[in-house]
Design a protein around this ligand. Structure first.
Ligand SMILES: Nc1ncnc2c1ncn2[C@@H]1O[C@H](COP(=O)(O)OP(=O)(O)O)[C@@H](O)[C@H]1O
Ligand SMILES: [Mg+2]
Length: 454
Protein backbone atom coordinates (compact mmCIF):
# COMPACT_ATOMS: atom_id res chain seq x y z
CA UNK A 1 0.00 0.00 0.00
CA UNK A 2 3.11 2.17 -0.07
CA UNK A 3 2.36 3.43 -3.56
CA UNK A 4 -1.20 4.60 -3.00
CA UNK A 5 -2.18 8.14 -3.80
CA UNK A 6 -1.88 10.86 -1.14
CA UNK A 7 -5.62 11.49 -1.38
CA UNK A 8 -6.44 7.85 -0.58
CA UNK A 9 -3.89 7.85 2.19
CA UNK A 10 -5.28 10.92 3.88
CA UNK A 11 -8.85 9.76 3.46
CA UNK A 12 -7.88 6.43 5.01
CA UNK A 13 -6.51 8.32 7.99
CA UNK A 14 -9.61 10.49 8.19
CA UNK A 15 -11.84 7.42 8.15
CA UNK A 16 -9.77 5.77 10.86
CA UNK A 17 -10.12 8.91 12.98
CA UNK A 18 -13.89 9.09 12.47
CA UNK A 19 -14.97 5.48 11.99
CA UNK A 20 -18.70 6.20 12.17
CA UNK A 21 -18.77 9.05 9.67
CA UNK A 22 -20.71 7.20 6.98
CA UNK A 23 -20.57 9.79 4.15
CA UNK A 24 -16.82 10.13 4.63
CA UNK A 25 -16.36 6.38 4.46
CA UNK A 26 -18.49 6.15 1.33
CA UNK A 27 -16.45 8.86 -0.31
CA UNK A 28 -13.34 6.86 0.50
CA UNK A 29 -14.95 3.70 -0.89
CA UNK A 30 -15.84 5.53 -4.10
CA UNK A 31 -12.20 6.45 -4.57
CA UNK A 32 -11.08 2.89 -3.97
CA UNK A 33 -13.63 1.67 -6.46
CA UNK A 34 -12.49 4.21 -9.02
CA UNK A 35 -9.02 2.73 -8.71
CA UNK A 36 -10.34 -0.75 -9.26
CA UNK A 37 -9.78 -1.78 -5.66
CA UNK A 38 -13.17 -3.42 -5.48
CA UNK A 39 -12.69 -5.73 -2.55
CA UNK A 40 -11.44 -2.91 -0.36
CA UNK A 41 -14.44 -0.85 -1.45
CA UNK A 42 -16.67 -3.79 -0.48
CA UNK A 43 -15.12 -3.83 2.98
CA UNK A 44 -15.67 -0.11 3.43
CA UNK A 45 -19.25 -0.34 2.21
CA UNK A 46 -19.81 -3.22 4.63
CA UNK A 47 -18.59 -1.15 7.55
CA UNK A 48 -20.75 1.76 6.42
CA UNK A 49 -23.74 -0.59 6.41
CA UNK A 50 -22.95 -1.67 9.94
CA UNK A 51 -23.07 1.93 11.06
CA UNK A 52 -26.03 2.86 8.92
CA UNK A 53 -28.03 -0.27 8.03
CA UNK A 54 -30.22 0.43 5.06
CA UNK A 55 -28.26 3.45 3.82
CA UNK A 56 -29.12 3.60 0.13
CA UNK A 57 -25.80 5.08 -0.99
CA UNK A 58 -23.88 2.40 0.87
CA UNK A 59 -26.00 -0.36 -0.58
CA UNK A 60 -25.62 0.96 -4.11
CA UNK A 61 -21.90 1.19 -3.69
CA UNK A 62 -21.74 -2.33 -2.36
CA UNK A 63 -23.62 -3.60 -5.38
CA UNK A 64 -21.23 -1.90 -7.72
CA UNK A 65 -18.14 -2.99 -5.85
CA UNK A 66 -19.23 -6.60 -5.72
CA UNK A 67 -20.68 -6.81 -9.19
CA UNK A 68 -17.58 -5.67 -11.01
CA UNK A 69 -14.42 -7.67 -11.36
CA UNK A 70 -11.43 -5.53 -10.35
CA UNK A 71 -10.37 -3.03 -13.01
CA UNK A 72 -7.00 -1.86 -11.74
CA UNK A 73 -6.14 0.13 -14.87
CA UNK A 74 -9.15 2.42 -14.60
CA UNK A 75 -7.96 5.97 -14.03
CA UNK A 76 -9.74 7.87 -11.27
CA UNK A 77 -11.24 10.16 -13.87
CA UNK A 78 -12.67 7.33 -15.94
CA UNK A 79 -16.11 8.22 -17.16
CA UNK A 80 -18.93 6.17 -15.77
CA UNK A 81 -20.89 4.27 -18.36
CA UNK A 82 -24.40 5.59 -18.69
CA UNK A 83 -25.89 2.13 -18.75
CA UNK A 84 -24.75 -1.42 -18.29
CA UNK A 85 -26.78 -2.31 -21.37
CA UNK A 86 -24.58 -0.33 -23.71
CA UNK A 87 -22.28 -2.40 -25.91
CA UNK A 88 -18.71 -2.05 -24.72
CA UNK A 89 -16.95 -0.25 -27.59
CA UNK A 90 -19.43 2.57 -28.06
CA UNK A 91 -19.66 3.19 -24.34
CA UNK A 92 -16.10 4.51 -24.33
CA UNK A 93 -17.22 7.94 -25.52
CA UNK A 94 -18.12 10.13 -22.53
CA UNK A 95 -21.84 10.55 -22.28
CA UNK A 96 -22.94 14.16 -21.80
CA UNK A 97 -24.89 13.73 -18.59
CA UNK A 98 -22.83 10.98 -17.02
CA UNK A 99 -23.03 11.03 -13.24
CA UNK A 100 -19.87 12.11 -11.46
CA UNK A 101 -18.23 9.95 -8.87
CA UNK A 102 -19.31 12.21 -6.04
CA UNK A 103 -22.91 11.98 -7.04
CA UNK A 104 -22.73 8.30 -6.37
CA UNK A 105 -22.62 8.81 -2.63
CA UNK A 106 -25.66 11.02 -2.62
CA UNK A 107 -28.68 8.95 -3.28
CA UNK A 108 -30.44 5.76 -4.10
CA UNK A 109 -30.56 6.59 -7.79
CA UNK A 110 -27.05 5.33 -8.33
CA UNK A 111 -26.87 1.68 -9.09
CA UNK A 112 -24.67 1.74 -12.14
CA UNK A 113 -21.09 0.66 -12.58
CA UNK A 114 -18.67 3.52 -12.06
CA UNK A 115 -16.07 2.35 -14.52
CA UNK A 116 -16.24 0.92 -17.94
CA UNK A 117 -14.56 -2.38 -17.24
CA UNK A 118 -15.05 -5.91 -18.46
CA UNK A 119 -18.30 -6.09 -16.54
CA UNK A 120 -20.16 -4.69 -19.51
CA UNK A 121 -19.73 -8.14 -20.96
CA UNK A 122 -22.79 -9.10 -18.97
CA UNK A 123 -25.41 -6.99 -20.69
CA UNK A 124 -28.34 -8.74 -19.04
CA UNK A 125 -27.35 -7.74 -15.54
CA UNK A 126 -30.11 -5.97 -13.67
CA UNK A 127 -28.57 -3.49 -11.27
CA UNK A 128 -31.81 -2.42 -9.70
CA UNK A 129 -32.75 -5.98 -8.89
CA UNK A 130 -29.30 -6.57 -7.43
CA UNK A 131 -29.69 -3.53 -5.26
CA UNK A 132 -33.02 -4.86 -4.10
CA UNK A 133 -31.32 -8.14 -3.28
CA UNK A 134 -28.63 -6.53 -1.22
CA UNK A 135 -31.30 -4.75 0.75
CA UNK A 136 -32.58 -8.14 1.86
CA UNK A 137 -29.10 -9.53 2.20
CA UNK A 138 -27.89 -7.19 4.88
CA UNK A 139 -29.09 -9.33 7.73
CA UNK A 140 -27.49 -10.37 11.00
CA UNK A 141 -23.73 -10.78 10.68
CA UNK A 142 -23.38 -13.58 13.17
CA UNK A 143 -26.01 -16.16 13.94
CA UNK A 144 -25.85 -15.91 17.69
CA UNK A 145 -25.45 -12.18 17.98
CA UNK A 146 -27.93 -10.31 15.82
CA UNK A 147 -27.81 -7.15 17.94
CA UNK A 148 -24.18 -6.26 17.55
CA UNK A 149 -24.57 -7.14 13.90
CA UNK A 150 -27.17 -4.50 13.20
CA UNK A 151 -24.74 -1.85 14.35
CA UNK A 152 -26.39 -1.42 17.74
CA UNK A 153 -23.43 -2.61 19.71
CA UNK A 154 -20.80 0.09 19.39
CA UNK A 155 -19.13 -1.12 22.57
CA UNK A 156 -18.66 -4.60 21.18
CA UNK A 157 -17.50 -3.21 17.88
CA UNK A 158 -14.99 -0.92 19.48
CA UNK A 159 -13.40 -3.84 21.31
CA UNK A 160 -12.95 -5.67 18.03
CA UNK A 161 -11.50 -2.64 16.30
CA UNK A 162 -8.69 -2.17 18.69
CA UNK A 163 -7.31 -5.68 18.71
CA UNK A 164 -4.34 -4.92 16.53
CA UNK A 165 -3.66 -1.27 17.33
CA UNK A 166 -0.25 -1.01 18.95
CA UNK A 167 -0.26 0.10 22.53
CA UNK A 168 -3.92 -0.49 23.07
CA UNK A 169 -3.92 -4.29 23.26
CA UNK A 170 -4.47 -5.59 26.76
CA UNK A 171 -4.34 -9.11 28.06
CA UNK A 172 -8.12 -9.08 28.21
CA UNK A 173 -8.15 -8.66 24.41
CA UNK A 174 -6.28 -11.90 23.95
CA UNK A 175 -9.02 -14.43 23.47
CA UNK A 176 -8.68 -17.69 25.40
CA UNK A 177 -5.12 -18.86 26.21
CA UNK A 178 -5.86 -18.72 29.95
CA UNK A 179 -2.80 -20.74 30.95
CA UNK A 180 -0.43 -18.41 29.13
CA UNK A 181 -2.09 -15.36 30.63
CA UNK A 182 -1.90 -16.81 34.13
CA UNK A 183 1.80 -17.53 33.76
CA UNK A 184 2.49 -14.02 32.49
CA UNK A 185 0.52 -12.52 35.32
CA UNK A 186 2.56 -14.48 37.85
CA UNK A 187 5.91 -14.00 36.13
CA UNK A 188 5.70 -10.30 35.28
CA UNK A 189 2.60 -8.38 36.05
CA UNK A 190 2.10 -9.22 39.70
CA UNK A 191 5.75 -8.59 40.71
CA UNK A 192 5.84 -5.36 38.69
CA UNK A 193 2.79 -4.03 40.41
CA UNK A 194 3.90 -5.06 43.84
CA UNK A 195 7.45 -4.34 45.06
CA UNK A 196 6.72 -6.26 48.25
CA UNK A 197 6.05 -9.38 46.25
CA UNK A 198 9.12 -8.71 44.19
CA UNK A 199 11.31 -8.68 47.27
CA UNK A 200 9.67 -11.79 48.62
CA UNK A 201 10.08 -13.81 45.46
CA UNK A 202 12.98 -11.82 44.11
CA UNK A 203 15.36 -14.67 43.55
CA UNK A 204 12.93 -17.00 41.89
CA UNK A 205 11.71 -14.29 39.55
CA UNK A 206 15.14 -13.46 38.24
CA UNK A 207 16.09 -14.47 34.79
CA UNK A 208 13.81 -14.38 31.87
CA UNK A 209 10.87 -16.17 30.34
CA UNK A 210 11.11 -17.60 26.84
CA UNK A 211 7.88 -17.85 24.85
CA UNK A 212 8.09 -20.53 22.20
CA UNK A 213 5.72 -22.27 19.83
CA UNK A 214 4.66 -22.55 16.20
CA UNK A 215 4.74 -19.37 14.09
CA UNK A 216 1.67 -17.18 13.85
CA UNK A 217 0.16 -18.31 17.14
CA UNK A 218 0.36 -15.08 19.07
CA UNK A 219 3.74 -14.82 20.79
CA UNK A 220 4.38 -11.30 19.53
CA UNK A 221 0.74 -10.42 19.98
CA UNK A 222 0.73 -11.60 23.60
CA UNK A 223 3.92 -9.68 24.33
CA UNK A 224 2.23 -6.58 22.95
CA UNK A 225 -0.64 -7.22 25.34
CA UNK A 226 1.81 -7.35 28.24
CA UNK A 227 3.21 -4.06 26.97
CA UNK A 228 -0.32 -2.67 26.91
CA UNK A 229 -0.66 -3.58 30.58
CA UNK A 230 2.65 -1.99 31.51
CA UNK A 231 2.71 1.13 29.37
CA UNK A 232 6.10 2.81 29.27
CA UNK A 233 7.79 0.09 31.26
CA UNK A 234 8.12 -2.20 28.31
CA UNK A 235 10.93 -2.13 25.78
CA UNK A 236 10.53 -4.10 22.59
CA UNK A 237 13.67 -5.13 20.82
CA UNK A 238 13.37 -6.69 17.41
CA UNK A 239 16.65 -8.51 17.15
CA UNK A 240 16.75 -8.37 13.42
CA UNK A 241 16.65 -4.57 13.79
CA UNK A 242 19.55 -4.58 16.20
CA UNK A 243 21.55 -6.79 13.88
CA UNK A 244 20.78 -4.67 10.86
CA UNK A 245 22.75 -1.85 12.34
CA UNK A 246 26.48 -1.43 12.12
CA UNK A 247 28.50 -4.34 13.29
CA UNK A 248 30.14 -3.36 16.52
CA UNK A 249 27.34 -0.94 17.29
CA UNK A 250 25.05 -3.89 18.00
CA UNK A 251 26.67 -4.68 21.35
CA UNK A 252 26.41 -1.08 22.39
CA UNK A 253 22.77 -1.06 21.34
CA UNK A 254 22.06 -4.07 23.51
CA UNK A 255 23.82 -2.43 26.42
CA UNK A 256 21.90 0.81 25.89
CA UNK A 257 18.61 -1.04 25.86
CA UNK A 258 19.34 -2.63 29.22
CA UNK A 259 20.62 0.68 30.61
CA UNK A 260 17.32 2.28 29.64
CA UNK A 261 15.43 -0.59 31.23
CA UNK A 262 17.37 -0.16 34.49
CA UNK A 263 16.58 3.55 34.51
CA UNK A 264 12.86 2.99 34.20
CA UNK A 265 12.61 -0.13 36.36
CA UNK A 266 10.41 -1.97 36.99
CA UNK A 267 10.62 -2.71 33.29
CA UNK A 268 10.27 -5.63 30.89
CA UNK A 269 12.70 -6.02 27.98
CA UNK A 270 11.11 -8.03 25.19
CA UNK A 271 13.52 -9.75 22.80
CA UNK A 272 11.47 -10.84 19.82
CA UNK A 273 12.72 -13.47 17.39
CA UNK A 274 15.51 -14.42 19.68
CA UNK A 275 16.72 -17.10 17.28
CA UNK A 276 17.94 -14.37 14.93
CA UNK A 277 20.55 -13.59 17.53
CA UNK A 278 20.86 -16.60 19.72
CA UNK A 279 21.51 -18.91 16.77
CA UNK A 280 23.86 -21.59 18.01
CA UNK A 281 27.20 -19.93 18.28
CA UNK A 282 28.98 -22.83 16.66
CA UNK A 283 26.93 -22.12 13.57
CA UNK A 284 27.50 -18.43 13.76
CA UNK A 285 30.58 -17.72 11.76
CA UNK A 286 29.72 -14.10 11.91
CA UNK A 287 32.00 -12.82 14.66
CA UNK A 288 29.94 -9.67 15.08
CA UNK A 289 27.00 -11.82 15.99
CA UNK A 290 29.00 -13.73 18.55
CA UNK A 291 29.86 -10.50 20.31
CA UNK A 292 26.20 -9.59 20.45
CA UNK A 293 25.37 -12.92 22.05
CA UNK A 294 28.13 -12.38 24.57
CA UNK A 295 26.85 -8.93 25.36
CA UNK A 296 23.39 -10.31 25.91
CA UNK A 297 24.81 -12.97 28.24
CA UNK A 298 26.54 -10.25 30.22
CA UNK A 299 23.32 -8.27 30.55
CA UNK A 300 21.31 -11.32 31.57
CA UNK A 301 23.91 -12.26 34.17
CA UNK A 302 23.81 -8.72 35.49
CA UNK A 303 20.10 -9.18 36.00
CA UNK A 304 20.62 -12.56 37.62
CA UNK A 305 23.14 -11.20 40.12
CA UNK A 306 20.77 -8.37 40.93
CA UNK A 307 23.55 -5.78 40.68
CA UNK A 308 21.60 -2.62 39.93
CA UNK A 309 19.03 -4.67 38.04
CA UNK A 310 16.24 -4.82 40.54
CA UNK A 311 12.97 -4.87 38.64
CA UNK A 312 14.33 -5.59 35.14
CA UNK A 313 12.58 -8.58 33.61
CA UNK A 314 13.32 -10.27 30.31
CA UNK A 315 10.73 -11.74 28.02
CA UNK A 316 11.84 -13.40 24.80
CA UNK A 317 10.11 -15.19 21.93
CA UNK A 318 11.12 -17.65 19.26
CA UNK A 319 9.63 -20.16 16.84
CA UNK A 320 12.78 -22.28 17.00
CA UNK A 321 13.89 -22.63 20.63
CA UNK A 322 16.24 -25.45 19.62
CA UNK A 323 18.24 -22.92 17.61
CA UNK A 324 18.66 -20.58 20.54
CA UNK A 325 22.16 -20.59 21.94
CA UNK A 326 22.10 -22.97 24.85
CA UNK A 327 24.22 -20.53 26.86
CA UNK A 328 21.30 -18.12 26.78
CA UNK A 329 19.11 -20.75 28.37
CA UNK A 330 21.27 -21.60 31.40
CA UNK A 331 19.79 -21.18 34.88
CA UNK A 332 19.48 -17.54 35.78
CA UNK A 333 19.22 -16.49 32.13
CA UNK A 334 16.27 -17.44 29.93
CA UNK A 335 15.64 -20.50 32.00
CA UNK A 336 11.87 -20.54 32.17
CA UNK A 337 9.87 -21.43 29.10
CA UNK A 338 6.26 -20.88 28.19
CA UNK A 339 4.74 -22.82 25.32
CA UNK A 340 2.32 -20.77 23.20
CA UNK A 341 0.12 -23.27 21.40
CA UNK A 342 -2.19 -22.69 18.46
CA UNK A 343 -5.20 -20.66 19.60
CA UNK A 344 -7.80 -22.59 21.57
CA UNK A 345 -11.50 -22.40 20.71
CA UNK A 346 -12.13 -19.12 22.52
CA UNK A 347 -9.05 -17.56 20.97
CA UNK A 348 -10.04 -18.78 17.51
CA UNK A 349 -13.45 -17.22 17.90
CA UNK A 350 -11.99 -13.85 18.81
CA UNK A 351 -9.44 -14.01 16.00
CA UNK A 352 -12.15 -14.91 13.47
CA UNK A 353 -14.38 -12.10 14.69
CA UNK A 354 -11.51 -9.72 14.25
CA UNK A 355 -10.73 -10.77 10.69
CA UNK A 356 -14.39 -10.73 9.68
CA UNK A 357 -15.05 -7.33 11.20
CA UNK A 358 -14.90 -5.42 7.93
CA UNK A 359 -16.18 -8.05 5.58
CA UNK A 360 -19.70 -8.38 4.20
CA UNK A 361 -20.85 -11.49 6.01
CA UNK A 362 -24.21 -12.91 6.84
CA UNK A 363 -25.44 -15.31 9.51
CA UNK A 364 -22.03 -16.84 10.05
CA UNK A 365 -22.07 -19.84 12.37
CA UNK A 366 -18.89 -19.16 14.29
CA UNK A 367 -19.29 -22.23 16.45
CA UNK A 368 -19.05 -24.53 13.45
CA UNK A 369 -16.13 -22.63 12.02
CA UNK A 370 -14.26 -22.73 15.33
CA UNK A 371 -14.70 -26.52 15.43
CA UNK A 372 -13.42 -26.86 11.88
CA UNK A 373 -10.22 -24.92 12.52
CA UNK A 374 -8.42 -26.82 15.25
CA UNK A 375 -4.63 -26.37 15.11
CA UNK A 376 -4.98 -23.37 12.80
CA UNK A 377 -2.65 -20.50 13.67
CA UNK A 378 -3.83 -16.89 13.88
CA UNK A 379 -2.31 -16.31 10.47
CA UNK A 380 -4.10 -19.38 9.05
CA UNK A 381 -7.41 -18.04 10.35
CA UNK A 382 -6.82 -14.73 8.59
CA UNK A 383 -6.14 -16.70 5.44
CA UNK A 384 -9.43 -18.62 5.81
CA UNK A 385 -11.37 -15.35 6.00
CA UNK A 386 -9.63 -13.97 2.95
CA UNK A 387 -10.19 -17.12 0.90
CA UNK A 388 -13.88 -17.19 1.79
CA UNK A 389 -14.27 -13.54 0.81
CA UNK A 390 -12.63 -14.23 -2.52
CA UNK A 391 -14.95 -17.14 -3.20
CA UNK A 392 -18.05 -15.07 -2.47
CA UNK A 393 -16.81 -12.18 -4.58
CA UNK A 394 -15.97 -14.36 -7.55
CA UNK A 395 -19.26 -16.15 -7.24
CA UNK A 396 -21.15 -12.86 -7.20
CA UNK A 397 -19.30 -11.57 -10.22
CA UNK A 398 -19.82 -14.83 -12.10
CA UNK A 399 -23.52 -15.24 -11.41
CA UNK A 400 -24.32 -11.54 -11.55
CA UNK A 401 -26.25 -11.87 -8.32
CA UNK A 402 -24.71 -10.36 -5.26
CA UNK A 403 -24.34 -12.41 -2.12
CA UNK A 404 -22.55 -11.98 1.17
CA UNK A 405 -19.95 -14.30 2.68
CA UNK A 406 -21.65 -17.29 4.25
CA UNK A 407 -20.77 -20.05 6.69
CA UNK A 408 -20.41 -22.33 3.67
CA UNK A 409 -17.71 -20.15 2.10
CA UNK A 410 -15.80 -20.11 5.36
CA UNK A 411 -16.08 -23.84 6.00
CA UNK A 412 -15.02 -24.48 2.41
CA UNK A 413 -11.96 -22.29 2.87
CA UNK A 414 -11.10 -24.02 6.15
CA UNK A 415 -11.24 -27.37 4.40
CA UNK A 416 -9.00 -26.16 1.62
CA UNK A 417 -6.34 -24.72 3.94
CA UNK A 418 -3.98 -26.95 5.88
CA UNK A 419 -2.92 -25.68 9.28
CA UNK A 420 0.59 -24.28 8.90
CA UNK A 421 1.48 -25.47 12.38
CA UNK A 422 1.83 -29.11 11.25
CA UNK A 423 5.44 -28.95 10.04
CA UNK A 424 6.40 -27.15 13.22
CA UNK A 425 4.92 -29.93 15.34
CA UNK A 426 6.70 -32.54 13.25
CA UNK A 427 10.06 -30.88 13.96
CA UNK A 428 9.17 -30.18 17.58
CA UNK A 429 8.21 -33.79 18.17
CA UNK A 430 11.74 -34.98 17.36
CA UNK A 431 13.29 -32.39 19.59
CA UNK A 432 10.95 -33.16 22.48
CA UNK A 433 11.61 -36.88 22.16
CA UNK A 434 15.34 -36.90 21.59
CA UNK A 435 16.72 -33.65 22.88
CA UNK A 436 14.72 -32.80 25.95
CA UNK A 437 17.78 -32.11 28.09
CA UNK A 438 16.94 -30.85 31.53
CA UNK A 439 13.23 -31.04 30.75
CA UNK A 440 13.40 -27.95 28.52
CA UNK A 441 10.46 -29.22 26.49
CA UNK A 442 8.30 -30.89 29.12
CA UNK A 443 5.32 -28.69 28.25
CA UNK A 444 5.63 -29.68 24.65
CA UNK A 445 5.83 -33.38 25.50
CA UNK A 446 2.73 -33.11 27.66
CA UNK A 447 0.87 -31.40 24.85
CA UNK A 448 1.92 -33.99 22.27
CA UNK A 449 0.83 -36.77 24.62
CA UNK A 450 -2.52 -35.09 25.15
CA UNK A 451 -2.98 -34.86 21.40
CA UNK A 452 -1.80 -38.45 20.98
CA UNK A 453 0.96 -37.34 18.67
CA UNK A 454 3.73 -39.24 20.39
N1 LIG B 1 -5.08 -15.45 21.23
C1 LIG B 1 -5.17 -14.57 20.24
N2 LIG B 1 -6.14 -13.61 20.28
C2 LIG B 1 -6.25 -12.71 19.28
N3 LIG B 1 -5.43 -12.68 18.18
C3 LIG B 1 -4.46 -13.59 18.09
C4 LIG B 1 -4.27 -14.59 19.10
N4 LIG B 1 -3.24 -15.37 18.73
C5 LIG B 1 -2.79 -14.89 17.55
N5 LIG B 1 -3.52 -13.84 17.14
C6 LIG B 1 -3.35 -13.11 15.88
O1 LIG B 1 -2.57 -13.93 15.02
C7 LIG B 1 -1.61 -13.16 14.33
C8 LIG B 1 -0.23 -13.81 14.42
O2 LIG B 1 0.28 -13.73 15.73
P1 LIG B 1 1.79 -13.35 16.10
O3 LIG B 1 1.79 -12.82 17.48
O4 LIG B 1 2.42 -12.51 15.06
O5 LIG B 1 2.46 -14.80 16.05
P2 LIG B 1 3.94 -15.25 16.46
O6 LIG B 1 4.68 -14.08 17.04
O7 LIG B 1 3.70 -16.36 17.46
O8 LIG B 1 4.55 -15.79 15.21
C9 LIG B 1 -1.60 -11.78 14.94
O9 LIG B 1 -2.04 -10.86 13.95
C10 LIG B 1 -2.59 -11.81 16.08
O10 LIG B 1 -3.46 -10.73 15.98
MG1 LIG C 1 6.33 -13.09 16.24
Amino acid sequence: MADESPLIRSLRAAVAAAPDDVPLRLHFAELLLAEGRNDEAVSEAAVALQHAPGDAGARALMVRAMGLPPTPTAAPGATPAPSAQAPAPSAQAPAPAAPTQDAATDGPAVGRPATDGPAVDRPGFDWDAAEQQVQDLVGPRFLEDPQAAAGEGPAGDAAAWDVDAPGSVRLADVGGMEEVKDRLEAAFLAPMRNPELRRLYGKSLRGGLLLYGPPGCGKTFIARAVAGELGANFLTVSLSDVLDMWIGASEKNIHDIFETARRQAPCVVFLDELDALGAKRSRTHHSGLRNVVNQLLTELDGIASGAGNEGVFVLAATNVPWDVDIALRRPGRLDRTLLVLPPDATARESILRYHLRERPIEAVDLGKLVKATEDFSGADLAHVCETAAEAALLDSARSGSVRLISTKDLLGAAKQIKPSTEPWFAAARNVAMFANEGGLYDDLLAHLKRKRKL
